[in-house]
Design a protein around this ligand. Sequence first.
Ligand code: DX5
Ligand code: ZN
Length: 219
Amino acid sequence: MKNIIAPSILSADFSRLGEEVENVLQSGADWIHFDVMDNHYVPNLTIGPMVCKSLRNYGIKEFIDVHLMVRPVDPLIQMFADAGADLISFHPEASDDVDASIALIKKLGCKVGFAVNPAEDLSYVKKYINDLDLALLMSVNPGFGGQKFIESVLPKITETRSIIDECSNEIRLEVDGGINPQNIKNVCNAGADTFVLGSAIFNTDDYANTITDLRHHIS
Ligand code: DX5
Ligand code: ZN
């Protein structure tokens, strides 16, 4: 499976978001990672479905990977599907009815992902693996960009890789938080195929150089 680089727009300049997204895609990014925080499930507040819709209206056609860090989950699933999301990941423990949330995402024509916090085990992923298109392992505690990668997540990435490999479906293994050019190779070797990077891309001057360098470490 091709490696995917998914810049998190959390670290982009929101005053010129369309331009930033266009620029990072032209610089070689594959997906746009869209972090949604509600100041309830996580202690920060970011962007909602209207911003996703604005990016579509601006002309962004590429894959939008929505990461919901919210509670409740279902109302925003509906709104993000309407706003043009391609994949919607949620934290299963934040859902009142995990089966219903999965069914809703699928019914609305989006791919479905589960997000797993650093301190959580893989029980939800194991139980629902046949329903998933993506497992998103958090390698920082959700809420803020620019945090340090939590090394103890590496064995969990490898364990998730084995769970996915035992399954016949095509399921992506995404890792999110604290990834940079120095550690992306370790994340890849542990078994990830989809890499979210916020600060390590948007805090650099030349996105194309940065993304080329990142790809070089994982090819
Ligand atoms: C954290 C978010 C991540 C984060 C990634 O709650 O889900 O997507 O913004 O940013 P960096 O790469 O800066 O850790
Ligand atoms: Zn995220």
